[in-house]
Ligand binder design. Structure first.
Ligand code: ZN
Length: 297
């Protein structure tokens, strides 16, 4: 989910939506609440309204008053701040991880260009992200593009491996998505020679790749299941090798970008491309098609 932190007017509008169905005391001024919640994302504001309503219920009140909002804000701010305290080592790891995604995405052909990298946490649990903007609408993906996408997904973890010789838990979501894509390549798109042009999943999946796999598998033999697993491993290894090659060859640039990211926290795509020796991107108004920006964590 990518939503920029709203400004004060935006926060007031979001609060107005979330207080529908909540009985507010006439003393509550949502403009004041909005002014007191700088840095809150939409989801934080929804939490805030819930929290205030819970406090009112707990105090046997029939309306949510300014005191409840005040108490809820304090509670949430404390929670947000606890999240924000992060060791220098963790910040550096996140910087390398995001740099890994961004460098692989920029160097590999056929991937959406990187628009921005950030190591500023947003919302709860998201540590950093790399934003890719589509330059065209894409309806079909080639095997090469999917392999590239896998390499980009694995780029974060690979950068950690190269830098530290060990990995953290930060790549869990990346690995999950990578495994999904690899499985779809094999089981649905017939992109594995070993398994052939058979759709092993039937019609279970309603849409393209972003739909999570159902837990039950398609109907096939144990032997086929073993083959599928080993093909997934092979494809993931191939993508991992691709990411390793790129990030090792460009190790100095990776260091430069990660260090810069540690000091500025947010880097624009053009600066990234400049460090990588790549030409700047075309201006967004000329090229960017309507499409969903992709975020890699
Ligand atoms: Zn990642």
């Amino acid at each position: 989910m990518l939503v920029d932190k709203p400004d004060v007017k935006g926060r007031e509008d979001i609060l107005k939506i979330h207080v529908k169905g909540v009985k507010l005391s006439p003393e509550v001024d949502l403009r004041v609440v909005a002014a007191r919640t700088a840095g809150f994302a939409g989801a934080d504001l929804a939490n805030l309204v819930n929290e205030a309503a819970l406090l009112a219920a707990r105090n046997d009140k029939t309306e949510v008053g300014p005191q409840e909002f005040e108490a809820a804000i304090e509670r949430l701010v404390a929670g947000l701040e606890r999240k924000r305290v992060m060791s220098d080592k963790d910040r550096e790891t996140i910087a390398y991880h995001e740099t890994g995604h961004a460098v692989v995405a920029s160097v590999i052909e056929g991937q959406y260009p990187v628009h921005k990298i950030s190591i500023v946490g947003r919302g709860f649990g998201v540590l950093g992200y790399t934003l890719h903007l589509p330059t065209e609408e894409r309806y079909l993906s080639t095997r090469r593009q999917l392999m590239g996408e896998l390499a980009v997904l694995l780029g974060g973890r690979t950068a950690e491996e190269i830098k530290y010789g060990e990995v953290t838990t930060g790549a869990q979501n990346d690995l999950l998505r990578a495994t999904d894509i690899a499985r779809a390549m094999i089981c649905e798109y017939g992109m594995s020679e070993a398994l052939g042009l058979i759709n092993y999943e039937g019609n279970k999946r309603p849409k393209f790749l972003d739909v999570p796999m159902p837990l039950e598998r398609g109907v096939y033999s144990e032997e086929t299941a073993v083959k599928i697993d080993s093909e997934i491993r092979r494809i993931i290894t191939e993508a991992h090798d691709m990411a390793t090659r790129i990030l090792t060859e460009r190790r100095e640039q990776v260091d430069t970008i990660a260090k810069r990211l540690l000091s500025v926290e947010v880097m624009e795509g053009d600066e990234l491309r400049n460090i990588l020796g790549l030409p700047p991107l075309p201006k967004p108004e000329d090229k960017v098609a309507e499409g969903t920006p992709e975020v890699r964590q």
